[in-house]
Write a protein that binds this ligand. Sequence first.
Ligand SMILES: [Zn+2]
Length: 317
Amino acid sequence: MATFTEARLAPLNGEIGLRDNGMRQALIEALEADEVPRALYSVSAHIWCDAVLTDRALLLVKGAMWAKVTRVPFPLEVIREPKGSTQSARVMTPLGRKTLWGSRLDPDLGVILGHVAARTPQSSPPPVHVSDEDGPVDWLSALLDSGSLTATEVNARPQKTPRNATSGEGPTGPTTGVHGQGSLSPRPRRTWRDRAEARRRAGKKPRKPKLAKVRLEQVGSAPPTTIWDMASHCVKCGRRLTNPESQRHRVGTDCIKYYGSHARTISNPAFEKWTERKSRAAWLHAEQQRAFTVQHEASLEAYTKELEKWRLIRAGR
Ligand SMILES: [Zn+2]
């Protein structure tokens, strides 16, 4: 059984927790002059986080060496009261929803539940918190308080953040209903359990479709544009030619002495065929690529919608 040697923590004798000196010192420094601790609770499954109920607030002591104390003033917002065999209560805190349990001085949580706010969260408008986390909300609520801006104006304005802009038409209507005007009430910090659940529901992030590239058909290198006109017979005497050199000069070995070479070039039919094949390949490539581009644009549009949906689910909306 732990005993607290510190005089300020004497009322907590009998409780288990605050295992680190840093946590105890931070708590003592956070206590007001005449504040008296009443009970000590374990917080969720955290080892280095304890909750201390005093006569005026709930103090969350978090961390070991550099412990920080978060003060949750009364009335507390209880999300779930102990029910059945569950000897724990779920409380909304600035650090998120926390499950409090395991107090020896307050085993059935009767003391802490004495400081619970009246539970009518749905009907009453959400209180405008001034938290240091949400800058834009502060700015909005300050304007609203001063009366220079009405709620309708706020909604008509282009929202600063995209999540606010989409919250109105998002797929989850009930959450926006509970939170009232999404731009007016700061979103409570989500717990790791909520985030894990949202992650599981959202599934894999949609993959960005890639534009398929059509392979250009290879037609080979260009053949020569002209070739030698080969002759089978001498153009002067009509004698049959067998020597390839004579065939190229188109005259026999005798006639070449008198008439000289009659070699000439003609356009290469292979080159014309090659040009045809090449232009056909280019045309086919352009056609297929155009079809692929149209397909890609459609899938890109679907992808954008899917990604937006995925982001919303992932963000818990
Ligand atoms: Zn000849």
